[in-house]
Design a binder for this molecule. Structure first.
Ligand code: ADP
Length: 283
């Protein structure tokens, strides 16, 4: 049976973005993991139970006044597998403890506000794991690539984001940022699959093919994100995603690591246990 030792180095260390060049990434690699797909899937089944247990502890503590939370930020090009992470990683924990938000093209109302306005409204509640499927980083990715605002405007956003995340961390949120990458070829395969399978048509958007022409500009924009917002309090992890099983296992490990860092215990009873047992025995 696969064991946690299948990692030669913890995912939280090996995936750190420090010094990563997006253009040099090997998106089919499985850094730090020694096993194959079968071993990875077996380990994922085991580790999901650990994640679920830790999440329940976070939730229990939130119920008793602990204001801490965890926020998973998923950024990636189309088909990178953000939805698969939500379904297969977050799907293994109790949904009542999850605050999920996805960010698409801003609505008319959202456009009237500062770019962080809609983000602030979706932050995880105490005791919850928040999941951002896309995030405030769209405002320096798609917005930069398509010049949706002037460079002077998006250029200031990196510092604004760092300040925003600093405050979030100070207020008790552990931020786990994951940039997900597939190769251009793998993306083509995944888009083709969407066109070949009726159960995937709903995921296909003709605009996704147009976006492929902007690949180099996106690589540059992702590089700038990694260079300018990889802070010590909210570091980026760079995740090769051609192997879906690896991506799911790695994000599970990143969340386990973040939750371990909170050193959670079960909250003590705020009643006299023996007294309650006696009452129940009598009743
Ligand atoms: P997905 O493609 O993830 O399934 P949607 O169909 O809702 O989800 O589309 C998300 C789209 O919204 C993406 O093309 C993304 O680039 C775009 N988007 C997200 N945030 C912004 C933003 N701030 N400004 C412009 N476009 C955005």
């Amino acid at each position: 049976m696969a064991k946690a030792t299948s990692w030669s180095k913890p995912a939280s260390k090996v995936l750190r973005a420090d010094g990563v060049q997006v253009s040099d990434l090997n998106t089919s690699a499985t850094p730090g993991f020694k096993g194959d797909k079968r071993a990875g899937e077996a380990l994922l089944a085991e580790r999901s139970v650990v994640l679920s247990d830790l999440q329940e502890k976070l939730f229990a503590n939130g119920r008793t006044g602990d204001n801490r939370s965890v926020l998973l930020v998923l950024q990636g090009m189309d088909t990178a597998g953000k939805g698969g992470i939500v379904r297969h990683v977050i799907g293994s924990v109790d949904p009542q403890g999850v605050d999920h938000a996805s960010f698409g093209v801003p609505t008319a109302e959202e456009k009237k506000h500062h770019f962080l306005w809609r983000i602030r409204r979706q932050l995880p509640r105490p005791g919850h794991i928040g999941v951002f499927d896309r995030s405030h980083y769209e405002d320096v990715l798609v917005v930069r690539v398509h010049e949706l605002v002037a460079p002077e405007v998006w250029g200031k956003r990196y510092d604004e984001i760092n300040k925003f995340e600093r405050k979030l961390v100070d207020d008790g949120t552990t931020i786990v940022k994951v940039a997900m990458f597939v190769s251009l070829d793998e993306q083509k395969k995944r888009l083709m699959q969407r066109l070949e399978r009726p159960d995937k048509f709903w995921k296909f958007n003709p605009a996704d093919i147009d976006e492929r022409a902007y690949w180099p500009a996106y690589q540059e924009a992702y590089q700038a994100v990694l260079d300018r917002t990889n802070t010590e309090y909210a570091p980026w992890h760079v995740l090769p995603c051609d192997s879906k099983w690896y991506a799911r296992l790695a994000v599970t490990e990143l969340l386990i690591d973040a939750l371990h860092g909170l050193k959670l215990d079960w909250p003590p009873a705020d009643f006299d246990v023996e007294e309650q047992k006696k009452r129940l025995t009598k009743g």
